[in-house]
Design a protein around this ligand. Structure first.
Ligand code: ZN
Ligand code: ZN
Length: 240
């Protein structure tokens, strides 16, 4: 874990704590701003028909910020050295989070990532985390790359997952349509979904509700022992 801490130090300043529930104005599913008086944001509300699971984001990721840069750059940078450096940092962050919040995530027996039609973007990161890599399987295949649509049928599942508990992972959560569809697809095949854990819950500073949320969070340091589900209830050592 000391190695993980060293690796994520360049990201430390950019990590933003994820608000825990229940709090007025915070979405109980994606933990972003829901708007004054609401307990679910518009995006999660529109996914109600497929029962979206509560997600566990490692950090908020502000559009144009350093975490956002990493979540884009680890897969899209033209420089392979930059890609691998960013992947290593994200893997360290994910490893630290999984380690500290095993009790929040719950038990699982398999790990899979949300794929796109072209690739499984997060797979190289997951393969850098030994505890995840040992149980990782490509259980989902994307039929189309309809990024925004909410439809479990956009994924096919290989075989029956009856009795399995699958930890579902993704890099970025924006509208949630893809992640919620993937979770529903796994459940339709008999699996129980654990997590789901996403590295960055994407938000835009220009959205009025998000801007207010960011101002509120600015003075609160990100802490590896706190997540949206436990709020530090099982507090151990602190990171920074
Ligand atoms: Zn939401
Ligand atoms: Zn936790």
């Amino acid at each position: 874990m000391i190695e993980a801490r060293r690796l994520i130090l360049p990201l430390a300043e950019a990590l933003i704590p994820v608000p825990a529930q229940p709090q007025a104005g915070i979405c109980s599913i994606c933990h972003s701003s829901a708007g004054p008086g609401y307990s679910v944001c518009a995006g999660c509300h529109s996914a109600a028909r497929i029962s979206p699971p509560e997600i566990l984001p490692v950090t908020l990721s502000v559009h144009g910020g350093l975490v956002h840069d990493h979540l884009w750059g680890y897969k899209e940078s033209s420089n392979p050295k930059v890609r691998s450096r960013m992947a290593l940092r994200l893997a360290a962050l994910l490893a630290l989070f999984i380690d500290h919040h095993a009790h929040c995530i719950g038990a699982w027996d398999s790990v899979t990532c949300v794929p796109s039609a072209q690739r499984v973007a997060l797979e190289p990161v997951v393969k850098l985390v030994p505890s995840l890599a040992a149980h990782h399987q490509r259980l989902l295949q994307a039929r189309t790359d309809s990024r925004r649509s909410l439809d479990p049928a956009q994924f096919t599942v290989k075989g029956s997952l009856q009795g399995r508990t699958v930890l579902l992972l993704d890099d970025t959560f924006t509208s949630g349509a893809k992640l919620f569809s993937a979770a529903a697809s796994l459940r339709n095949s008999g699996a129980t979904v654990a997590g789901p854990v996403v590295i960055g819950r994407h938000i835009q500073r220009s959205w009025p509700d998000s801007s207010e949320l960011l101002t509120w969070l600015e003075k609160r340091p990100w802490d590896a022992t706190r997540c949206a589900r436990c709020a530090g209830e099982h507090r151990g050592e602190t990171l920074f």
